[in-house]
Design a protein around this ligand. Structure first.
Ligand SMILES: Nc1ncnc2c1ncn2[C@@H]1O[C@H](COP(=O)(O)OP(=O)(O)OP(=O)(O)O)[C@@H](O)[C@H]1O
Ligand SMILES: [Mg+2]
Length: 222
C-alpha cells in the first residue's frame, strides 16, 4: 500500500527582494513499512518537504497524496484529523513548551481526542518510558532538561497518538553516539511494528539503517 505520493511539488519563499526555490519539482512515493532517510546539504529543502508532507505547510503547486487520498488544503478540519491522528512529527528544534513538564508536552497531541485526562497522562508516561526518558525527571520543566532528554520528549510526543507514519527531522541531531543508537533502534522497532518512517538526517550511520535513502540538493531529488 502506498502511504505517501508526492508529485512535482514546488515551494518558493519570498524574502524582501530574494526568492528561494525551497522545493523545485519533487516527486516520490513511499510504501507502507518503509523507513526512508532524507539526506542533503543544509538549505536543500528537507524540512520544507517534511512540513508539507506533515500538513504543517502547503505547497505552491503539485500534488500531495496521503493514505490514498489527495490532500485538499481547503479542508482544514479534515486535514487536522489526519495530522493529529495519523502523523507523528518530531521537529528539528523540538518545539516543546519550555515551561511545562515532559508528561504535559507528550500529552499535547491527545488533547485533540476525547480521552479522559488520567488516561492521557498514563499514555504519555508510557511513551516516555518507551524512549528511555528518566522517570525521575517526568515532572521537571522541559527548559531544565538536557538536549538528549528534550529529544526523547519530542520523540515520545510523536509516538503517543499511535500514528501510521512518523516524520522525524534530525531526531539524533543533538545526541551523542550512544543515545543516537538508542533512538535509532527505537525508530527501527517502530518500523518493524508496521509504522512507516521518514527521517531527515545528516548522519550517515542513521541513513545506513534505513531501507532507502533519498538525497536532496537545491530543492530537487538527485
Ligand atoms: N519560512 C521560510 N521563509 C523564508 N525562507 C525559508 C523558510 N523556510 C525555509 N526557507 C528557505 O528555504 C530553503 C530550504 O530550507 P529548509 O529548511 O527546507 O532546508 P533544510 O534542508 O531543512 O536545511 P537544514 O539541514 O539546515 O535544516 C533555505 O534556503 C531556507 O532559508
Ligand atoms: Mg531542516
Amino acid at each position: 500500500m502506498t502511504v505517501l505520493n508526492v508529485r512535482d511539488l514546488h515551494k518558493t519563499f519570498v524574502l524582501k527582494d530574494m526568492t528561494v526555490k525551497a522545493l523545485d519539482g519533487v516527486s516520490f512515493a513511499v510504501e507502507k513499512g518503509e523507513m526512508v532517510a532524507v539526506i542533503g546539504a543544509s538549505g536543500s529543502g528537507k524540512t520544507t518537504l517534511l512540513n508539507i508532507i506533515g500538513l504543517l505547510d502547503r505547497q505552491d503547486s503539485g500534488e500531495l497524496e496521503l493514505f490514498g487520498e489527495i490532500i485538499d488544503f481547503s479542508k482544514d478540519s479534515k486535514n487536522a484529523v489526519i495530522r493529529n491522528g495519523r502523523i507523528g512529527f518530531v521537529f528539528q528544534d523540538y518545539s516543546l513548551i519550555a515551561n511545562e513538564n515532559a508528561v504535559f508536552n507528550v500529552m499535547l497531541p491527545l488533547f485533540f481526542t476525547k480521552m479522559p485526562i488520567g488516561k492521557m497522562r498514563k499514555k504519555a508516561a508510557e511513551a516516555l518510558q518507551k524512549v528511555g526518558f528518566p522517570e525521575t525527571h517526568l515532572k521537571n520543566k522541559v527548559k531544565l532538561l538536557s538536549g538528549g532528554q528534550k529529544q526523547r520528549v519530542a520523540i515520545a510526543r510523536a509516538l503517543v497518538n499511535d500514528p501510521d507514519i512518523i516524520l522525524a527531522d534530525e531526531p539524533t541531531g543533538a545526541l551523542d553516539s550512544e543515545s543516537s543508537e538508542t533512538v535509532m533502534s527505537l525508530l527501527k522497532d517502530l518500523n518493524a511494528s508496521g509504522k512507516t518512517i521518514i527521517v531527515i538526517t545528516h548522519d550517515p550511520l542513521v541513513a545506513e539503517k534505513c531501507t532507502r535513502v533519498i538525497r536532496m540538493a537545491d530543492g530537487k531529488i538527485v
